[in-house]
Each structure stands twice: as structure tokens, then as C-alpha cells.
Write a protein that binds this ligand. Sequence first.
Ligand code: NI
Length: 390
Amino acid sequence: MPVINRIAEFHAEMAAWRQDLHRHPELALQEVRTSGVVQEKLRGFGVDEILTGMARTGVVGVIHGRAAGGAIGLRADMDALPIHEQTGRDYASQTPGVMHACGHDGHTAMLLGAAKYLAETRNFDGTVYVIFQPAEENLAGGEIMVKEGLFERCPMRLVFGLHNWPGVPAGTFMWRKGPVMAAVANIEIDITGRGGHAAHPDRGVDPIVVAAQIINALQTIVARTIEPVECGVVTIGHISGGHIHNVIPETVRMLGTARWFAPHVGDRLEAGVRRLATGIAESFGAQAEVVFDRAYPPVVNDAAATDLTIRAATAVAGDARVGEMEKPTMGGEDFAFMLAAKQGSYIMLGTGRGNDAMPHHPKYDFNDEVLTVGASYWATLAEQVLGRTA
Ligand code: NI
């Protein structure tokens, strides 16, 4: 069974929803218009209940089947990024500096398409919760929804997520059991020396030189303290300090990220960053203040739940278009918080485009051709997992 016929019939409508969301992107926890559009559509589809108020702009649509039964959650994200769009498309962002550069507009449109179909056909028993979460990027809207009672208000057995994946052929699903996306920590290092005239370095403590030593030393954490068959990342992505040729500044600030899968690797990375930054600064007569803020846990797919996603993806896309991801990715994803609280699985859907326009790039462009594939996957997953008893 390829794409569900009824869903294919409203492909143009889904593309219009996606493009409307794309024109009006909203940053994390500010998805007021988007949340309103989602609620209005769900109401129009005739879902049984619409729950709001979780994580400020989060929305859950409740769709009951024909008889009592189990319950599952299908989750999409709604937020955009602080990126200035350069696609030149007619549906390009109308908000300067804000863009749906990760395809969350597509995720929202696909789940809306599935909700429309499921509310119309109800070819299942039990309950489907369609979860539209805010703030996937950086502000952990998924974690907030879980903390604000998502799984108490919506008791479900399993929860599923999906992300578009440019660079993989359009309509191809990629699954993986176990860890699939990495844990993330945000690093901040503030070095304080003693500023002064650049011609008299002997009278101060130069924090720029200290920063240089620290940056180099941080590269040894993964190379020298993590077992070679494990994996981790420490990247410094920002450094600022000083403003002119002939002044030694008082302070330097560095921002970075750490990524890992195994908890003991995360502990090693944190200990290494703290030890090297503070120890090196001290050895130069400076001080370093270190923040190692653990933002997201890893995304870990349950094996049995992943089998369910493989079955649904295969029913929609066919055997040849469903494959195993060779490796996990060091990217992070806030669906991790839902999977930490509830069994489930997160699958990737290829969109065909990629290379120079991967997610988080100003020329990233969601491929509307996959909207029906994604919506059919969600609908099929719900129908297969919940089934009909009668
Ligand atoms: Ni994303």
C-alpha cells in the first residue's frame, strides 16, 4: 500500500498549510499564531478534544476511534529558527531574521494531514493524541510539556516522532534502534585576567593567551580521556574578548557544545572541560568560570516500538524505501525528553534535497512532495498499532 489515497487527495491543501506556516515562522515558545492555526484546523477536522496550555503554545488533539482500546501519541514540532531566509521562494518567511529552516512547518503540516484523515475515517480503536510541541530548538518545549503533565493528561502507551532528512532520497524512511541522537550540553567559559596596555603584557594577565591554551587543551578531552570505541564531541563555537590592537582585555568569553551517548562519557566530558579550563586559567594567574549545562538527553529508540515504525513505513513506502541508519547522529533533539518518559521511536523521512541546504541553513527548503508520505505514515502507524477489534 503506497500513500493513502484519501490523503493524496488533499496534498495541495497540506502544501498550502505548510507554506502558510513557512511565511509566518515563530521562534521557540512564541508560536502563538502557529498554535492558533493548529487549533483552528483540528477543530475544523472534528477532533474530539483540543488540549492547550502545556508549554505555553503546545497543542494536543484527541481523536477517539470506534471502540475503546489503547492509546498512542504522534508528535510534531512547531518552532522556527533565528535565521534570515535566502531561498527566494514565493512562500519565503515574511519575518526578517526568522525562518523555518529545520522543516518543522512540514512536520506540523504532515501531522495535521494525519489528524484530518484519522478524524474523518476513525479506522482504529482507542485514542490517538496528536501532539504539537513548541520550542524543539534550544528551549526544550518537549521537556516542558512532559513536566506540565502531557502523559498524565494524555495517558498513552507509546509516543512517536519524525524528522525530515535532506540528502536521503525523497520518501525514504531511515530507522534505528537504541541511541539515535546525542545528548547535548551547552558550555560557557568566562576567563578573567587583568587587562592593560598591550605594550606592557608583564603588568597584566592576558586572558586571550589563556583562552588559546584552553581551546587547544579541550581538544584532548575526547582524544585522550574517552575510550576510542566510544564517542563524544567538544566544540567551541564562539569566542569573544577585546576590541582593539593595543589593549589587553580583562575578560574572554567562550561558548561551546558537548555531545555524547553514554552517561559516563558525558561525565568525563564535563569533568574534562571543568578541570582544564579552571586549571589552565589558574596556572596563568587568571580565573575561569565554567558552566556545563546539560540541555538534552540522548534520543533512545525502543526496539519493539521501532519495529512498529518499520512496519508502518514499509506499508507506505515499500521495502526498498525503508532502511536502517548506519550510525546515530551527534545532533540533538528534544523528543529525547518524551522518550525518556515513555517508550517510543523516532524515525527520519528523506526529502531528497540536501547538500548545500541542510537544516539550519538559510537556503534550506522543505520538499512538499513528502507531505503525503509523512501523513500516510502517521495514519498507517496509528491504524496498525491500535487496530480494530471488531
Ligand atoms: Ni528540527
